[in-house]
Design a binder for this molecule. Structure first.
Ligand code: IMP
Length: 180
């Protein structure tokens, strides 16, 4: 088994780049069919989605636009304690067909917050494409989750844009943490 170390943690190969790319090609076909005659605006959530977005967008042959945003979380003074702010959200969302592009949906908290904020800007439609989804970790119902690459077990993964303490985003394949 192909094993690697990222910082202090050991990982083993989980999804090879070829497998990832084959799946992305199918997602692209699905999106091309669903958005025929439309001009979707893809919004990637940084940092993790940059490689997925790059590969996904190459499979899209309907006219489309691409933008990126990020979610900053900081300790605020609201009753919930944690406040999240969306940075760099495009301002031409009204009336558009939006596709949010995520690396991974874990509990779904981040995505729920993003969807709520974007819906307030009156898009014509909104769907989510996430390369990975951990169904067992999901705590929020998200009906917009439409284009999922892989459903994976509730394990920590790294590579192909996903990081462990900021490291490992450059790995071509996706690895999972070994039990230790
Ligand atoms: P959520 O709000 O719990 O769904 O968390 C989503 C975010 O947590 C993702 O966008 C990732 O940045 C991070 N995350 C969740 N699981 C993993 C993982 O297995 N590897 C790397 N990052 C992860």
């Amino acid at each position: 088994m192909h094993k690697i170390k990222v910082e202090d943690r050991e990982f083993e190969i989980f999804l090879e780049n070829e497998t990832i790319n084959k799946r992305i090609r199918l997602l692209g076909i699905q999106i091309n069919v669903d958005y025929e005659q439309k001009c979707p605006l893809f919004i990637g959530v940084l940092n993790g989605s940059f490689l997925f977005m790059a590969d996904l967008i190459k499979e899209i042959d309907v006219p489309c636009e691409v933008a990126f945003m990020r979610v900053a979380s900081y300790e605020g003074t609201s009753s919930s304690g944690k406040v999240k702010e969306l940075i760099g959200l495009p301002d031409d969302i009204e009336g558009r067909d939006i596709i949010i592009v995520e690396d991974i949906v874990d509990t779904g908290l981040t995505l729920t917050h993003i969807l709520k904020t974007i819906k307030e800007k009156n898009p014509s439609s909104i769907k989510v494409s996430s390369l990975l989804l951990k169904p067992a970790a999901l705590k929020y119902e998200i009906e917009e989750l439409e284009y999922i690459g892989f459903e994976i077990p509730n394990e920590f993964v790294v590579g192909y844009g996903l990081d462990y303490n900021g490291l490992g985003r450059n790995l071509t394949d996706i690895y999972r943490a070994t039990e230790s």
